[in-house]
Design a protein around this ligand. Structure first.
Ligand SMILES: NC(=O)c1ccc[n+]([C@@H]2O[C@H](COP(=O)([O-])OP(=O)(O)OC[C@H]3O[C@@H](n4cnc5c(N)ncnc54)[C@H](OP(=O)(O)O)[C@@H]3O)[C@@H](O)[C@H]2O)c1
Length: 338
């Protein structure tokens, strides 16, 4: 094992006090990297919807005494387990995602697989770099899926999200028109101001009619939906025949939604799910590294993710509450020190 600096034996990390309880900071032993793993001194980590869903379900899936939240972040590799990749990353500033429920990014240190880290280079800040895995790679995948399946344009729901802004940016770069669905006029105005061309407000009475018009005019035969509310059923009716629907989130919190089988049969619509983790496994290391290089290059140029606030680890609960109060206001980051 290689170690390029001295540090304490213990670290502060965020834990869930109890089921449906508050996030608190506790002191625990710094984990040691096994072969093919690295220890990262964390710099920053975002609060993402996937973190909140994981925290909500943590009592069913994990031991709360050892569960540390946080699925992605940035930091410096300070210790390397055996293996070529860990040694290669030692001393480097990296973007990283967590492999273990017992070692999340909302901590001073995180142990993860070396294959889940990517060097940030010197043009990307710790803050922007901490958000460079989950959403940018998902946005790249959406554009790739759209192109591979020869859809002329795409529709994205909850498009005022950080991910939505990236899909729009990449769509512009790759010549794919993006129909952005948002849920209120404030979000529609924000998107208009930032240069989006096709924006639909789902709270407008004409929404379904306008969706049908835009989708048919642009040939938008793929819908990416992260809301998954009963409105989806009406949206299916508005899509052109033979469209694809990809569900990638559940922001509505609905446990089930009913679909009219006749709509699927008559219109030949297929519905599937998307999870970045599965996509990354399918891609393999080489393709993932190429995608990460592309993200780093985007982040060094025109991809700048809006941040509404940065909080120390011991204010994790406050950070989550502020984020939940205004998700479209920008990402909330944890600075991984107290
Ligand atoms: N499947 C995957 O692999 C994968 C990967 C990356 C992201 N995602 C998903 O992508 C989505 C966006 O992530 P993000 O990090 O970009 O989010 P974000 O920046 O935090 O933004 C979330 C957006 O969703 C809107 N929203 C929240 N609840 C809603 C509801 N019930 N109906 C309509 N809109 C709602 C928010 O609007 P308000 O401000 O009005 O609340 C906000 O604009 C999330 O669902 C996330 O889980 C999935």
């Amino acid at each position: 094992m290689s170690d390029n600096r001295a540090f304490n034996d213990t670290m502060k990390a965020v834990f869930l006090e109890k089921q449906e309880g508050k996030l608190v900071v506790r002191e625990v032993k710094i984990p040691d990297p096994a072969p093919n793993e690295v220890l990262i001194k964390m710099a920053a980590a975002p609060v993402n919807p996937s973190d909140l869903a994981r925290i909500r379900n943590a009592h069913k899936e994990f031991d709360l005494a050892t569960f540390i939240p946080g699925l992605e972040g940035s930091g410096t590799v300070v210790k390397a387990g055996k293996g070529i990749l860990p040694r290669l990353w030692l001393g480097k500033r990296v973007a990283c995602s967590s492999e273990y429920s017992t070692s999340g990014s909302w901590a001073e240190y995180m142990v993860t697989k070396a294959g889940m880290c990517f060097p940030l280079g010197n043009k990307v800040s710790d803050e922007q770099g901490s958000m460079s895995l989950v959403n940018p790679l998902t946005a790249l995948a959406f554009i790739e899926i759209t192109k591979q399946n020869k859809h002329k344009a795409l529709i994205n729901n909850a498009a005022a999200s950080a991910l939505g802004r990236m899909v729009e940016l990449l769509g512009k770069k790759r010549g794919i028109p993006v129909i952005n669905i948002v849920r209120n006029q404030t979000q529609a105005d924000q998107l208009l101001q930032s240069g989006s061309q096709y924006i639909l407000n789902s709270s407008e009475p004409s929404f379904i009619h306008d969706l049908a018009t835009f989708a048919n005019d642009l040939g938008a035969t793929i819908l990416f939906d992260s809301v998954c509310s009963p409105l989806l059923l009406k949206m299916l009716d508005a899509l052109p025949d033979s469209s694809s629907v990809i569900i990638y989130g559940n922001l509505s919190g609905e446990e089930q939604i009913m679909v009219n089988p006749r709509t699927l049969i008559d219109k030949g619509i297929d519905i599937s799910g998307f999870f970045l983790g599965n996509r990354s496994k399918e891609n393999g290391l080489f393709k993932n590294m190429m995608n990460l290089r592309e993200v780093r290059s985007l982040m060094s140029s025109d991809l700048n993710i809006k941040v509404q606030g940065t909080y120390p680890l011991n204010k994790a609960q406050e950070a989550v509450d502020i984020y939940l109060g205004n998700m479209s206001g920008g990402k909330v980051l944890l600075k991984c020190t107290l």
